[in-house]
Design a binder for this molecule. Structure first.
Ligand SMILES: [Zn+2]
Length: 569
């Protein structure tokens, strides 16, 4: 590995990168050439090429290269025999040659090329409303005596007027200053310079996720597109979309219209009707937008708990059958789906049939967490179910419940994911366990032959204050238990697929998403993509990473990402 001062300004850092000396200039004469082969490379590259065209102001036509020393080319070709998502990038004075074996690898290679260009290549991402869940789109007014709960971020942006915060709390002013900035922009650079180099890159982990909770606070589609763009820039490849909760059901289900007519809306404590949902058309758009940027959208439909919004719409699916409003407080609530009522399973299968149609993801998240036993132990139908199925307690009943749906998914070619509480019961074959209460759930899952996704509160919950989960903690995240579980599990059938950063939004309206996610997600992308600490080191070189991050933050600021004050880097 070269000394820190020769490291390239890339996040996450590639597996192998060697500077070879000299530069390559992209200019008006630069052409793009796609080699023929088994895949439609041009369509895979189209969104990223458009982005480079807009950023550089160059036409970058798809055409054979012209001859002559100033006529550089970008050649895109196939790469065989490499792992998923791998790419190679070679830059010489004559041009750029990018090779990849799949769409994701091609996109990651183009993202690396983008990061090698100066920050001036970036154009601001569209701004979004402060909180689209409120009728006026603005943030809830801040009470005069309000202080954030201990350990929780403020739902109001920390930046003051005139700073680089996103959000539309300052809507008119932002629009005006953005227009002024556009008008003041100099003409595009005639020449964009790249360093000559050779990169061979592939991810450390296949699962590099980010969870977005769209239930506690609602985000508009434009805000999700913005997050997807920023995830793709960092080679994060799984958007875990938390769509159903106690406080809101956010996905249109055509056979069950009350889920969104009733379940998408709550009466908040200040008397405002809060909510929103995604139409099926919008969900399909998000899936396609993400796929074009290398990202799989993994929907989460929570069961058997965290379903008060669904029960508000269809009270007959609960044990008591009584009408309850969509929940407005945060926490864990006793009313859940009745495990003894066959209609509950018909309902869930109807919902999931539409979900499978919308989301081609091989993975569907079923939740399975925080499911109190109170109602089930009092419910005659649930007790009868337990007796009939030979289940001893509510934990076993929960396991049975999740297993029914996971098996149903498996019969349709999809794999269920559950939070680590699902380990209390027997798991359906192929179920993936997401370990959030530390690392032990992942160890146990692997011991039992199941794959694991690791997302411990202690390391990657980005709703935690930076005092608890700081940039250094996220950068230092090692999905495999640092206490050496790997060795003891040699020969186990279960694998660690990777890790996932979680953005639960109880205290995070979309106006503050930027500063909750960044710059910590930059550290998380390095942890999940880049090779582990080298040379026997147990930790990554934080100072070296910070030096790259300071450089990288210019790019993020140019994109309009808020919360990148020097003190936070
Ligand atoms: Zn029941």
């Amino acid at each position: 590995m070269p000394p820190a001062n020769t490291r390239l300004p890339l996040i996450p850092y590639p597996r192998s990168a060697v500077l070879t000396g000299g530069t390559c200039a992209l200019n008006k004469a630069t052409r793009v050439l796609f080699e023929s082969g088994p895949h439609d490379l041009a369509s895979w590259a189209a969104p990223m090429l458009d982005l480079l065209r807009r950023g550089t102001g160059l036409a970058l036509p798809i055409a054979p290269a012209l001859s002559g020393p100033t006529h550089t080319s970008i050649t895109v070709g196939h790469l065989d025999g490499q792992p998923a998502e791998a790419y190679t990038l070679e830059i010489t004075e004559a041009g750029v040659v990018l090779r990849a074996g799949d769409r994701e690898g091609l996109i990651w290679g183009l993202q690396t090329l983008r990061q090698l260009l100066p920050a001036e290549v970036e154009r601001p991402l569209p701004r979004v409303a402060a909180d689209p869940g409120r009728p006026d789109g603005n943030l809830r007014p801040r009470p005069a005596d309000w202080l954030p709960p201990p350990g929780k971020p403020s739902p109001w942006p920390t930046a003051t007027l005139g700073e680089d915060a996103g959000g539309q709390g300052r809507g008119q002013r932002n629009a005006a200053s953005a227009a002024a900035a556009t008008a003041a922009q100099p003409a595009p650079h005639p020449v964009w310079s790249l360093p000559c180099l050779q990169i061979a890159d592939q991810p450390r982990y296949a699962w590099r996720g980010l969870l977005l909770d769209s239930c506690r606070h609602f985000q508009q589609v434009a805000a999700i597109e913005r997050l997807i763009d920023l995830m793709s820039l960092h080679k994060l490849n799984r958007l875990h979309w938390h769509l159903t909760e106690d406080q809101g059901w956010r996905l249109e289900i055509k056979t069950r219209p009350l889920l969104t007519e009733v379940g998408a809306w709550r009466l908040d404590s200040d008397g405002v009707r809060y909510g929103g949902f995604y139409t099926q058309e919008e969900a399909r758009h998000v899936v396609a937008y993400a796929a074009a940027r290398g990202i799989t959208v993994v929907p989460e439909i929570e069961l058997p708990g965290h379903c008060r919004a669904a029960l508000a719409a269809y009270p007959e699916l609960s044990c008591r059958g009584i009408a309850l409003p969509v929940e407005t407080a945060w926490g864990v609530f006793p009313d859940i789906y009745c495990a003894g009522n066959d209609a509950v399973f018909s309902f869930l299968e109807e919902v999931l049939t539409e979900v499978l149609d919308l989301f081609p993801s091989p993975f569907i998240h079923l939740g399975g967490d925080e499911c109190p036993p109170d109602r089930w132990s009092e419910c005659p139908r649930c007790r009868e179910r337990m007796a009939r199925e030979g289940l001893r307690d509510a934990d076993e009943l929960r396991g049975w419940f999740v297993r029914q749906i996971a098996t149903w998914l498996a019969e349709r070619g999809r794999r269920a994911i559950g939070w680590d509480e699902v380990l209390a019961g027997e798991l359906a074959a192929g179920t993936i366990v997401q370990s959030w209460r530390g690392f032990a759930g992942a160890t146990e899952a692997r011991r039992r032959g199941h794959d694991a996704i690791v997302s411990p509160i202690s390391h990657v919950y980005l709703d935690q204050d930076v005092a608890q989960v700081g940039l250094e903690t996220v950068l230092g995240f090692e999905p495999e238990d640092p206490r050496g579980e790997s060795a003891s599990l040699a020969g186990s059938a279960g694998r660690t697929l990777g890790g996932e950063m979680c953005v639960w939004t109880e205290w995070i309206p979309q106006a503050v998403l930027d500063e909750r996610v960044f710059p910590r997600a930059c550290g998380g992308s390095e942890a999940l993509w880049s090779p582990p600490p080298s040379g026997g080191a147990r930790r990554r070189d934080v100072a070296e990473f910070r030096a790259r991050l300071v450089n990288h933050s210019q790019r993020l600021r140019a994109l309009g990402v808020a919360g990148l004050q020097a003190s936070r880097l």
